[in-house]
Design a binder for this molecule. Structure first.
Ligand SMILES: *Cc1c(COP(=O)(O)O)cnc(C)c1O
Length: 377
């Protein structure tokens, strides 16, 4: 189902309307909501024979929604990492990959495992080293950017980097998970691929894994679908259904969480128990000017260093009550985690906590954080 054929999306200019309206079967008598279709195969003679090859109506609804938001065509995967692996799957042997120094650790792990097998070379650049990225564009086969980056929240000058000349066969991909399609549309800035983990804001309830890769080039659309088919990286029926349901309320959830995050970032930056607060919306943030220019909003993630050592930061995590001590991000519930405590993340400041702000009442969130920082149970 390509629902854009059934509806004049030109009349809808805003993402919040598209999130509600896209991906529906608008034919007379159809269910208003996309059904959960747990099918592996279909009666022959139609456009679909087998789900892994031809898709299902449920995944396609999710693809239609994200495609409409980013004005491209989207391919849904079993997880964010499955989508990222499908992008890496496009590389020829001997390719040169450039990654940010601060990025999702799964991407770095995937690149490193291929490097160890001799499939490609990998170099890393600071997220804000715009000149370095522009120079790297000339020779790289895959430029993987992430902005704002995880967990340091550095904003890359995507516009400048995307405009730099690159090899005709090169791919420039942006991990848009933290910004989401609501704050940033990488394809508009000139990226070839826009990625987001739908596990995070699209799902929004910490109850599914899914990943989306969105493109405007038809050759890439076909190649990504081909990789998904051959690797079997297909999204689950229930996960797709839940992700569609999550998408319907995403704009409201994101708006509320973002307002909460700005307020908490300001209060954290003035708190005596906090050494340093990183949030792109704070004027003190090193890449605030690019963020202001490039993003529609500053997001819902805050990183801050607790004054003291790793144990002091762990103690804050153990004392929060409303906020969940848990990994991941982008859900209705606020979560907090000490990132350097995770294997492979030892380069981070030891007392850095990453807070994913949810949709709870901001004063309750602040009371919880303030009490935990002051050592009250
Ligand atoms: C979670 C995440 C991923 C990976 O997505 P999964 O759905 O967990 O496989 C990639 N990039 C970023 C920035 C993420 O937060």
């Amino acid at each position: 189902m390509d629902s854009s054929k059934d509806m004049n999306f030109a009349r809808l200019s805003s993402a919040d309307s598209l999130l509600v309206a896209a991906g529906r079967d608008r034919r007379r008598g159809s269910p208003l909501n996309v059904p959960l279709v747990p099918a592996s195969n279909f009666v022959l003679g139609t456009e679909r024979a087998y789900a892994r090859d031809d898709g299902t109506p449920t995944w396609e609804a999710l693809e239609d929604i994200v495609g409409a938001l980013e004005q491209g065509r989207s391919v849904a995967f079993a997880s964010g990492m499955a989508g990222i692996a499908a992008v890496f799957d496009q590389l020829q042997a001997g390719s040169r990959i450039v990654l940010p120094d601060d990025c999702y650790q799964g991407v770095a792990g995937l690149a490193e495992s291929g490097r160890q097998k001799g499939l490609w070379s990998v170099s890393r650049l600071a997220v804000d080293d715009t000149d370095g990225w522009i120079r790297a564009c000339a020779a790289a086969d895959l430029l993987w950017l992430e902005s704002p980056s995880n967990p340091m929240l550095v904003v890359a000058d995507l516009r400048a980097i995307c405009m730099a000349p690159r090899k005709p066969s090169a791919l420039l991909a942006v991990d848009n998970t933290f910004a989401t399609s609501l704050n940033q549309r990488p394809l508009d800035l000139g990226a070839d691929l826009s990625f987001q983990s739908a596990t995070k804001f699209i799902g929004g309830h910490s109850d599914l894994l899914a990943g989306m890769v969105t493109v405007r080039r038809n050759d890439l659309l076909i190649a990504l679908r081909g990789s998904r088919e051959l690797r079997g990286a297909t999204p689950g029926a229930l996960e797709s259904f839940l992700a569609v349901r999550g998408a319907r309320t995403m704009a409201l959830r994101f708006e509320r969480a973002q307002v909460n995050a700005m307020a908490l970032a300001e209060r954290l930056s003035a708190h005596p128990g906090v050494e340093c607060t990183r949030y792109p919306g704070l004027s003190s943030h090193p890449t605030h000017a690019i963020a202001r220019d490039q993003l529609n909003g500053y997001g819902t993630i805050i990183s801050f260093d607790v004054r003291g050592d790793a144990a002091a930061a762990d103690a804050v995590c153990s004392r929060v009550r409303l906020i969940q001590h848990a990994t991941s991000l982008g859900a209705v519930e606020s979560t907090i985690e000490r990132r350097a405590g995770i294997p492979g993340q030892t380069h981070l400041p030891p007392s850095l906590l990453r807070l994913s702000v949810g949709i709870e009442n901001v004063d309750d969130l602040w009371a919880d954080l303030d009490a935990a920082l002051q050592g009250r149970e």
